[in-house]
Design a protein around this ligand. Sequence first.
Ligand SMILES: CC(C)(COP(=O)(O)OP(=O)(O)OC[C@H]1O[C@@H](n2cnc3c(N)ncnc32)[C@H](O)[C@@H]1OP(=O)(O)O)[C@@H](O)C(=O)NCCC(=O)NCCS
Length: 182
Amino acid sequence: MSEMPSRVELRPLTLSDQDEFCSLVRASTELHQPWMQLPATAEEFQAWMRRFDDGANLGFLIRIKETGAAAGMVNINSIIRGRYQGASLGYAAFAPSAGRGYITEGLRLTLRHAFTDLRLHRLEANIQPGNKASLAVAERLGFRCEGLSPAYLYIDGAWRDHERWSITAPEPWTSDPSLPAI
Ligand SMILES: CC(C)(COP(=O)(O)OP(=O)(O)OC[C@H]1O[C@@H](n2cnc3c(N)ncnc32)[C@H](O)[C@@H]1OP(=O)(O)O)[C@@H](O)C(=O)NCCC(=O)NCCS
């Protein structure tokens, strides 16, 4: 089946993205609150980037091909191999280009990268019940809701209930060498 060419591309987040990232985060405060807290200063950004040092978390910018502008970000967080072969996604749009389908397209590329290149088997998105925009994105991408976990993540100063959405790799899945043989 042929796929629509994507308007966006995934670019690994690097230290050189600092000023652009922080100013887009500052411009997106209203969109992100109370769901997502991202670094908005150089100090916060540099501290935050350390999460990518050991390979358990991967960070990307979703860039609009035509202009190069960053439409949003996506992290593949807490990658666990072994019998799990899964990770959880964190994502946010940046206000100047929100609501135009770029995040949905960027996440579609993320799923393909995670399932094909990284050979992950499962991706989760943990979403607060009131976060309608994020629930709509997950549903559009084919994630299924598996239930509600009370007090699941510490967000905006408190332990918040989260709906647990997930998607598994399409069959046939090419297994990662780290999968136990038996
Ligand atoms: C959740 C969030 C990332 C969604 O971002 P977004 O920019 O609205 O996402 P998209 O643009 O991909 O999708 C939304 C809309 O684009 C629409 N759209 C507009 N133009 C489009 C086009 N040309 N092609 C496809 N879709 C298009 C979609 O139909 C959808 O519209 P709808 O509201 O009418 O259903 C954003 O609201 C956000 O950053 N929230 C704060 C952070 C957050 O909650 N992160 C997730 C934590 S779990």
